[in-house]
Write a protein of this length. Sequence first.
Length: 260
Amino acid sequence: MEMLLPALTAPCETAVRICGRWRLREFAELASTNTFAAQLPAWTAVRATVQTAGRGRTTARRWISDTGGLWLSMVVPCPGARAKWAILPLAAGWAIVAALGELGVTGARLRWPNDILIGRRKLAGILVERHRDDTAVIGVGLNVLNSPEECEESLTGMTARLADLTPGACDLEAVTRRVLHAVHRVHIELLDRGFRRIADELNAGWGKSRRVRVTLTGREHVIEGSFVGVDQQGRLRIHTAREGVAVYDAYAVEQLRELG
Ligand code: BTN
């Protein structure tokens, strides 16, 4: 009798290397580097040339992950209470902006909590996930030499990529090293000293106060006001004429859109 066995499709691992404190595992193709990294030990990083099911921050959003981009997930240690790590997505965004500065990119900015924009175009996105109590996965998608707009028409005019910003600094290996180094540095600061200095620097760097529309999670409730940075726990601060400054936890916010 013939038995049908499910196809065993182990992902093709192309390299394992040590990069500073990181053990970097590289693959030709993965569904999602974040999913693959979920149960790996702290200070492991996973990079794929292509992701077939890259995930964005909202469940509705898939992340176009064509060849030439940086699709990287980093597992970091998160000891202690979970609540204390609510600031991780912001700190990760801060680290990636720092790495971009070191690569010679000028004008990269964060849109709360951690979209990385050039003007209004998205250069990079970050998805932080907690699958275990003691670690988190920081997933970074950074457009380098890839062409997301050619893969998805609806993205036309909405993305930026390093190839157009710093043509001389598009070597994926070098970009990977910078990102790994910056995330390690910022994470060590979080572990040793907490979020205070990063919050201060973030608040100094948001740029002009912007009108925003904030949609709260699970509610039809929408607030319009001015974005006035984050507090020492990384919570969003919005000023409205009626309420003054109100503070929102990241999990309570479904979407923040900049107006005008
Ligand atoms: C967003 O802005 O919506 C977040 C995008 C995060 C994409 C990265 S690519 C590497 C990692 N693996 C995933 O499936 N997603 C993240």
